[in-house]
Design a protein around this ligand. Structure first.
Ligand code: SME
Length: 161
């Protein structure tokens, strides 16, 4: 396992940053089967490269989402089905990009610094088992490009289940 990440130039495009990072996420988790260990390292690597305000996962447990590994400020521990952006992602079974959290009805503000957000479902055999949530301090941080690259991350995470 590599101990340090090779990071794209600070001024590199988002696409370059993702394409440099993704093979390293695979290498970083290769040979390790523990879900929490692998997810923790993936989240740390993404935070290191992109400097997001918050990145973490919520596990589907019964009728709630329960906080799992994360990087960033402390967060709410439980989110109900259909509640907030995470619960909506779970209910709609779709990636949700929120350019301005103040415009999303029912958004749950774990940190008042969060301005935009992307939430992706992690599917295992057509079932959502986890939600990946990323928050930014800037408006409109996330777009289709993030969605496409982060789907590779959620597929990688799904392979550990
Ligand atoms: N904003 C999320 C809650 C989780 S925190 O951002 C970490 C939501 O509305 O579901």
């Amino acid at each position: 396992m590599a101990e340090t990440l090779i990071t794209a130039d600070q001024h590199a495009s988002k696409n370059e940053k993702y394409t440099t990072l993704l093979p390293q996420l695979k290498a970083l988790t290769e040979g390790e089967t523990d879900l929490i260990a692998n997810v923790s390292n993936i989240l740390a690597a993404l935070k290191e490269v992109f400097g997001f305000l918050w990145i973490g996962v919520y596990f589907v447990k019964g009728n709630e989402l329960v906080l799992g590994p994360f990087q960033g400020p402390v967060a709410c521990t439980r989110i109900g089905y259909g509640k907030g952006v995470c619960g909506a992602c779970w209910e709609q079974k779709e990636i949700i990009i929120v350019p301005d959290v103040d415009q999303f009805p029912g958004h749950i503000a774990c940190s008042s610094l969060s301005r935009s957000e992307i939430v992706l479902p992690v599917f295992v055999k057509d079932e959502i088992v986890m939600i990946l949530d990323i928050d930014s301090e800037q408006l409109s941080t996330f777009d289709e490009e993030d969605s496409l690259h982060l789907q590779q991350v959620t597929s990688l995470i799904a392979s550990f289940f």
